[in-house]
Design a binder for this molecule. Structure first.
Ligand code: NAD
Length: 340
């Protein structure tokens, strides 16, 4: 099959993409986009500023500016330093950006929902994609359904690895069964140092016994480092509040209490401590009980498994948007498209 032709039918011109948040995932997203022809990175915002160019950003200089000075606002001649970077970026560029990937911390737990409200207040129209994790955070976004629809925004939520890739895989695996008994997600993450993914690690700590989102957000970097010293850099997480449950329930796969998520994060070694997998157990129409297992390759990083799906869903979102399909969708009800 000629994939070039199929792809051109789907997308008539490169999709102009923005990234909000330029830490671990944001920078990985910029690197992932560099060789793509169907998407061009035109805008980035972080806490200290933003950068926009019509013709497309040089990802490498954005990463250098961020790593050297702490903000893309320092990118030579085009960067802008400011306190309210997201609102300023949306207001200045408006329809010049087709879709944004939120690589932002969801700290506090309503941060992404509040940013979404800023997009709506600015009258912006287009596609928004998040890699949000908590069930309660997805519930807040689902509550914006009719407003998003009225305002011409197509929002895809839970589009990282888990929730995201693994949730979508579970929805597909479920099709072999007449009834789903259990969906069990277990992830292994290996990163060389926690500072590269501060929000991810703080949000993971918030799932540990004795912690919550507010206490994890309030921890200083030194306190996080001290906690990791005590655990030898390992975070073991069980029964996490993860939106895979509500997404699979909404997709009609199974009640949310049949979905469990846990994992192990090694913050001192890029090698995964275990192979990330999702197991879907059910009963077939013939009465057989069986389990499908989908396992990610150990060499694939967290960044590859989050950012790849996020942009696949962004492309799918653009196609929905062009067909007038606005409102909110989850990663378990829309198929991501491959970005060339
Ligand atoms: P990070 O801490 O490395 O970077 C966060 C970035 O956001 C920084 O660039 C910071 O400047 C920017 N930022 C913070 N507040 C801002 C504001 N008010 N305005 C503009 N920019 C702001 O984050 P990370 O570790 O890359 O994680 C990003 C998110 O991805 C987290 O919420 C994490 O939970 C999520 N995540 C999801 C999955 C998944 O599979 N679904 C996996 C990993 C991470």
């Amino acid at each position: 099959m000629n994939t070039e032709v199929v792809s051109d039918l789907n997308v008539s011109r490169p999709i102009r993409v923005g990234i909000l948040g330029f830490g671990g995932l944001g920078q990985a997203a910029a690197r992932l986009l560099m060789p793509k022809r169907e998407m061009v990175l035109v805008a980035i915002a972080d806490k200290g500023g933003y950068v926009y160019t019509d013709e497309g950003l040089d990802g490498t200089s954005c990463i250098t500016a961020y790593q050297t000075h702490g903000s893309v606002g320092y990118v030579e001649s085009v960067g802008k330093l400011c306190d309210n970077s997201i609102v300023e970026l949306i207001t200045k560029t408006n329809s010049l950006v087709d879709g944004y990937f939120f690589a932002l911390p969801n700290l506090p737990n309503d941060f992404i929902a509040s940013v979404t409200k800023q997009f709506m207040a600015a009258g912006w129209q287009g596609v928004l994609v998040d890699a949000i994790k908590r069930t309660s955070a997805v519930e807040q976004l689902l509550g914006l359904q009719s407003e998003l629809q009225d305002r011409g925004i197509t929002y895809l939520t839970g589009c990282g690895a888990t929730p995201g890739l693994l949730t979508a895989a579970a929805a597909i695996a479920a099709q072999s069964f007449a009834e789903i008994h259990r969906v069990a997600i277990r992830f292994g993450v290996g990163i060389a140092n926690w500072e590269a993914y501060r929000a991810t690690i703080r949000e993971d700590i918030a799932h540990m016994p004795g912690y919550n989102v507010a206490t994890a957000q309030a921890m200083s970097d030194a306190e996080v480092a001290a906690l990791l010293d005590k655990t030898n850099g390992i975070l073991t997480l069980e029964n996490m509040e993860h939106a895979d449950d509500i997404m699979l329930e909404l997709a009609g796969i199974c009640p949310r209490d049949r979905v469990t998520v846990g994992g192990v994060v090694d913050t001192r070694n890029p090698k995964k401590p275990l192979s990330t997998n999702v197991q879907v157990t059910g009963r077939t129409f013939e009465g057989k009980i069986s389990t499908h297992t989908f396992t990610l390759g150990d060499e694939t990083s967290m960044a590859a498994n989050v950012c790849g799906p996020a942009f696949g869903y962004l492309k799918a979102g653009v196609n929905l948007h062009r067909r007038g399909m606005n409102g909110i969708y989850t990663a378990a009800e829309v198929m991501p498209q491959f970005v060339h």
